[in-house]
Design a protein around this ligand. Structure first.
Ligand SMILES: Cc1ncc(COP(=O)(O)O)c(C=O)c1O
Length: 430
């Protein structure tokens, strides 16, 4: 490696623009030099508080010491065999751990993969193999990844789907409930029934797929009555429920899986992101009989369930126990919601503050009018915060939501410091 010792963010951005296609977006014009827990330093030596966590990947922070130690130990032993060629214990152990963590009083099995999109692809394959049906009902505002099937499932055109179709067939979108924007639980359930009456007969639908808390879509939480109503429809027609926990899982919402807070257990759960604390791994956990539907050779992948990812994920699970990070997720969530509400009192543009555990967001509107989402103000606050040393991410259908995904290992002092920068950023752009 021959790295430029005096690189600046601007010089590296210029090289990036020349070498990397513009389709790969970049929220901030920052190049990292080093990251530790909930802080990072850029190539110019500037320090930032990280409230983005690499989009929900760093629930245990940058370079958690135990995760790094586990990965280093694994690197000394072996890095790759392909599990389908020569197996290794960490894969099996991680599957056992995830089976035990997933809700539902039935035997479970887990297949490990590499990315969130790959987990969703496999959940759909497994659901189809088990039911012998093709149809999938997803929801408006849902985000499931960037491969063609997961783009098909994603419920937002720009920027994700535009220009990339056609997508696989037999995918339908029902309304996701969103009380703030006038979609009641009854409306959402009626839209599911409507699809089953008008678009595809129920006996050809394999699964409903939903995020317990929509991530890219804007941190909207699926209300318990909605999940219960959906389950009733699913049971009536032997349709499976897939929970996409790629963003909401791994302790973000105060339980390991957000769907543990549902009164019904999903049949399949997709997990990824924070599972391995910054190393790529993902998985599908589900009812054993469903998971066994695909025949031998039907599932897997060259790098799927890499030994390094497995070692990292097992260390993440240990850190959650040792540092009681689920409790921490709930207390950080309370602190963040209180902090954002304080900021909202002084800023009428903030029309809503919401969260489940530490998956917390606020939504911005012109003059607080819910009919006028304020993407421009959101962009300005996020940019101002970055100038002041706080990394934030926006999301939502209109790009008017600021989401917080701070590591659960961050100290209260650091979180309060980040909240102060956020408040100051609002003051500065007003
Ligand atoms: C809910 C959800 N599902 C799926 C994905 C896709 O995961 P990946 O980017 O690892 O493919 C994401 C990524 O943001 C996500 O938030």
């Amino acid at each position: 490696m021959n790295r430029e010792p005096h690189a600046t963010n601007a010089a590296l951005m210029a090289r990036r623009h020349a070498a990397v296609p513009r389709g790969v977006g970049q929220a901030h014009q920052i190049f990292i030099a080093r990251g530790r827990n909930a802080e990072l330093w850029d190539v110019e030596g500037r320090r930032y508080i990280d409230f983005a966590g690499g989009i929900a990947v760093l629930n245990t922070g940058h370079c958690h010491p135990e995760v790094m130690a586990a990965v280093k130990a694994q690197l000394e032993l072996y890095t790759h065999t392909c599990f389908q060629v020569i197996a290794y214990e960490p894969y099996v152990e991680l599957a056992e751990r995830l089976n035990a963590l997933a809700p539902g009083r039935f035997p479970k099995k887990t297949v490990l993969l590499s990315t969130g999109a790959e987990a969703i692809e496999n959940a759909v394959k497994i659901a189809r193999a088990h039911t012998g049906r093709a149809g999938i009902v997803a929801f408006t505002g849902g985000y499931h990844g960037r491969t063609l099937m997961t783009l098909g499932l994603t419920g937002k055109i720009t920027p994700y789907k535009a220009g990339f179709g056609p997508f696989p067939g037999e995918i339908f979108h029902a309304l996701f409930p969103n009380a703030l924007h006038g979609v009641s639980v009854a409306d959402a359930l009626a839209s599911v029934e409507c699809i089953l009456q008008n678009d595809i007969e129920a006996r050809r639908v394999a699964a409903f797929i939903l995020e317990p808390v929509q991530g890219e879509g804007g941190f909207y939480i699926a209300p318990p009555e909605f999940v219960e109503g959906l389950k009733k429809i699913a049971d009536r027609h032997d349709i499976l429920i897939i929970a996409d926990e790629v963003q909401s899982g791994a302790g973000r919402t105060g339980t390991w899986f957000a769907c543990e807070q549902w009164s019904v257990a999903p049949d399949l759960i997709a997990t990824a992101k924070s599972l391995a604390g910054g190393f790529p791994i993902s998985g599908v956990i589900g009812r054993a009989d469903i998971m066994d539907a695909p025949g031998p050779g039907g599932l897997g992948g060259t790098y799927a369930g890499s030994p390094v990812g497995c070692a990292a994920a097992l260390a993440v699970l240990k850190a959650f126990e040792d540092e009681r990070l689920l409790e921490r997720s709930r207390s950080i969530g309370g602190r963040l919601v209180a902090g954002l509400r304080r900021i909202a009192e002084a800023n009428e543009s903030i029309g809503d503050v919401r969260g489940l555990g530490a998956m917390v967001a606020m939504e911005l509107f012109e003059d607080g009018d819910v009919a006028r989402p304020d993407a421009e103000l959101t962009r300005r606050v996020v940019a101002e915060a970055a100038r002041r040393g706080l990394v934030l991410l926006s999301c939502g259908h209109h790009g008017n939501v600021i989401r917080i995904l701070v590591p659960l290992t961050a100290s209260d002092d650091l979180i309060e410091e980040g909240l102060r920068v956020l408040a100051d950023s609002f003051d500065a752009v007003r």
